[in-house]
Design a protein. Structure first.
Length: 301
């Protein structure tokens, strides 16, 4: 027996309409075509699906069994069709994000909250465990977007600019370096530098200043959370270097000072790395747009 979706729709329409004429109208076919379809289905099944000469037309026990199957299966088919339609139109899909920028968690969450309101059918996940193998994971399609400040020339990968930021020196207002208008690499000698627990090559203070200058702080202390780093800095337990948008509130606190790194300052750019083919998906371009807007809002605060 070969049951098709049209058979399930037919049995459901006849049950709801109570007769062949109205069911044929619902299905947009002729009554004779509907009768022929029913006869063919009954011949395949080897049983009668309707109680003959009943008004309104009633289903037999076998017909009721088929109706229950139709009521279970057809909604799933409709949902699947809508899901595929959403995928084709870019309204649904998967967006798994890996982050190479440790401080970006605080910036990204408001972005994702706004994204959810518009793109509720997109499956969003953050994969912090992949943070330092993120770009290979992107190429393997294990993740869909990587937040990174270190663009690479990779086949099939596009680095879309999000925003520029400045890594800034943060210290207690009581720290001797607070008197300086800017901070150079040599100023970090003898200091306790408080950083996120990531490898040095991922920290702006090392990649952009200390490593090229071959300067080593007296001690490095690590803290997972930005709030803890700031607490330690306020207690004069060390100094830190953080993105300017992270320390926007520090600018208005008398407990801290922020200073540019070097007389000219250092500017970095944050990117969204995505597979080039995925840039055509509306929800991907939507997220990148929201990310840039949130960053500009933070920098203007």
């Amino acid at each position: 027996m070969h049951i098709e979706f049209r058979h399930l729709r037919t049995i459901k329409a006849i049950h709801e309409a109570g007769g062949l004429g109205r069911a044929a109208d619902l299905l947009n076919i002729t009554q004779s075509a509907l009768s022929h379809q029913i006869k063919g289905l009954e011949d395949q099944a080897g049983v009668e699906l309707f109680v003959r000469r009943s008004k309104p037309l009633k289903l037999s026990a076998a017909g009721m069994r088929l109706l229950r199957a139709a009521e279970r299966i057809l909604p799933e088919v409709v949902a699947l069709e809508e899901e595929f339609s959403g995928l084709r139109e870019g309204k649904a899909g998967r967006l798994h994000i890996a982050i190479e920028c440790h401080a970006c968690f605080e910036w990204l969450f408001p972005v994702l909250e706004n994204f959810r309101k518009t793109w509720g059918d997109v499956d969003v996940d953050i994969r912090p465990g992949l943070a330092f193998d993120a770009l290979p994971a992107l190429m393997k399609e294990e993740v869909d977007l990587v937040v990174s400040s270190d663009p690479e020339d990779l086949p099939g990968i596009s680095f879309e600019p999000l925003f520029d930021y400045a890594p800034v020196f943060v210290a207690s207002a009581q720290h001797p370096l607070a008197q300086k208008p800017w901070i150079d690499a040599e100023d970090f000698r003898g200091q306790t530098l408080i950083t996120y627990p990531v490898e040095r090559s991922r920290l702006d203070i090392f990649s952009q200043l200390l490593t090229p200058a071959k300067v080593e702080p007296a001690q490095i202390r690590q803290a997972e959370l930005t709030a803890v780093i700031l607490l330690l800095v306020a207690s004069n337990r060390g100094v830190a270097v953080l993105p300017d948008w992270v320390v926007r509130e520090v600018k208005y606190s008398s407990d801290y000072v922020t200073r540019p790194l070097t007389e000219k300052g250092i500017t970095r750019r944050l990117y969204a790395a995505v597979r080039t083919e995925d840039l055509e998906k509306p929800y991907m371009s939507g997220l990148i747009k929201l990310a840039g807007e949130e960053a500009r809002r933070l920098q203007a605060a």
